[in-house]
Design a protein around this ligand. Structure first.
Ligand SMILES: [Zn+2]
Length: 107
C-alpha cells in the first residue's frame, strides 16, 4: 500500500524523526516545491530537502500552517456595555376622564 500523500503547507511546524545536528527536531516549513525549505527552530538554519525524503522524516505535525491558531474566547462584555434599548416604563399619568364626544347636528 502506498504511503498516503502528505499535504504540506507553508507555516507548518513539524517534528522529524531525525534531529538536526544542533539537537533540534522541530522545523517550520517555509518553502514548498520539489524541494521543501524547512527552517530549524532551534538553530535557525534553513535546509532544502527532497520532498519525498522529508515526508518520510516527518513524525508529527505540531501546527498546520493553513489553519489559524484558535484564539481563546473573549470574555463576555461587562454589564455596563449592555445595549441600551428600552427605557424603563414611565408611570402613566392620571387616567384622563373620558370625554364624551357629542355629535352635534349641524344647524
Ligand atoms: Zn538546527
Amino acid at each position: 500500500m502506498p504511503a498516503p500523500y502528505v499535504k504540506l503547507y507553508v507555516g507548518d511546524v513539524i517534528r522529524t524523526r531525525k534531529a538536526h545536528p544542533c539537537g533540534g527536531d522541530v522545523w517550520v516549513i517555509e518553502r514548498l516545491g520539489a524541494d521543501v525549505g524547512i527552517r530549524c527552530r532551534t538553530c535557525g538554519r534553513f535546509v532544502l530537502m527532497d520532498r519525498i525524503k522529508l515526508e518520510r522524516r516527518i513524525r508529527a505535525f505540531l501546527r498546520r500552517g493553513n489553519e489559524p491558531v484558535p484564539e481563546p474566547e473573549p470574555p463576555p462584555p461587562p454589564e455596563a456595555a449592555k445595549p441600551r434599548g428600552r427605557r424603563p416604563a414611565q408611570p402613566s399619568p392620571e387616567p384622563r376622564p373620558r370625554r364624551r364626544i357629542v355629535k352635534r347636528a349641524r344647524a
